[in-house]
Design a binder for this molecule. Structure first.
Ligand SMILES: O=C(O)[C@H](O)COP(=O)(O)O
Length: 240
């Protein structure tokens, strides 16, 4: 049986402050670190041997993976860091408080920006605060930092990477871990569970709670899926 474990990073400092984060490289809170440790403990209890891990180039996901692997006593596993697994870029909303933004623009508009499939937040102005186009990691990777991303634009960078680098290894029978972000994982869930553009609005990924997906051998088709921390589980799309 091939498994894929998806882990959204533990609570971040800006999750705690309820601020739109996107590509800003905030770290985990103490609660987020505890969530990462618990994620590792839950994965260890499954007894599953994973062969490799993938994460983003953002420290909240990288550190979550490190701490989970530490709990699993598997820190030696290969880890690939890919910008394609970064959180969705929140554009001009980056750094703003989500509640204040809802007061200013209306809760419905914020829900559209946060959870709709193809409507991006307003773009971030070049040179504005949180403009990461001069960030050394993206310059060294030759990445053109987006001004904003809808979930569709996020999926348009996640999917090719997943299909090129991760899917073939799952199809060959490897069990893998992906530690990433709320919206880059929503993109992956949309792909794996064939979720419609309308239904993806209702998919939420909890922090630091491994989503363990069992795949039909040799395929990318989920046969079962569950969050390992049942008390913090959110609704999953149906398996078709
Ligand atoms: O980027 C962020 O603000 C969070 O990591 C995800 O935010 P969201 O749940 O509002 O999409």
């Amino acid at each position: 049986m091939t498994r894929l474990a998806l882990i959204r990073h533990g609570q971040s400092q800006w999750n705690l402050e309820n601020r739109f984060t996107g590509w800003v490289d905030v770290d985990l809170t103490e609660k987020g670190r505890a969530e990462a440790h618990k994620a590792g403990s839950l994965l260890k209890d499954t007894g599953i041997e994973f062969s490799a891990c993938f994460t983003s180039v953002q420290k909240r996901a990288i550190r979550t993976l490190w701490m989970a692997l530490d709990e699993m006593d598997r820190m030696w596993l290969p880890v690939t860091r890919a910008w394609q697994l970064n959180e969705r870029h929140y554009g001009g909303l980056t750094g703003l408080n989500k509640a204040e933004t809802a007061e200013k623009h209306g809760a419905d508009q914020v829900k559209v920006w946060r959870r709709s499939y193809d409507i991006p937040p307003p773009p971030l102005e070049k040179g504005a605060a949180f403009d990461l186009s001069k960030d050394l990691r993206y310059i060294s990777l030759g990445v053109d930092v987006p001004a904003t991303e809808s979930l569709k634009l996020t999926l348009d960078r996640v999917q090719p990477y997943f299909e090129a680098e991760i899917a073939p290894r799952i199809e060959s029978g490897e069990s893998l871990i992906i530690a990433a972000h709320g919206n880059s994982l929503r993109a992956l869930v949309k792909i794996l569970f064939d979720v419609s553009n309308d239904d993806i609005v209702n998919v939420e990924i909890p922090t630091g709670n491994p989503l363990l997906i069992e795949m039909m051998d040799g395929t990318l088709k989920p046969s079962s899926a569950r969050y390992l921390d049942g008390e913090r589980a959110t609704d999953l799309p149906p398996i078709k």
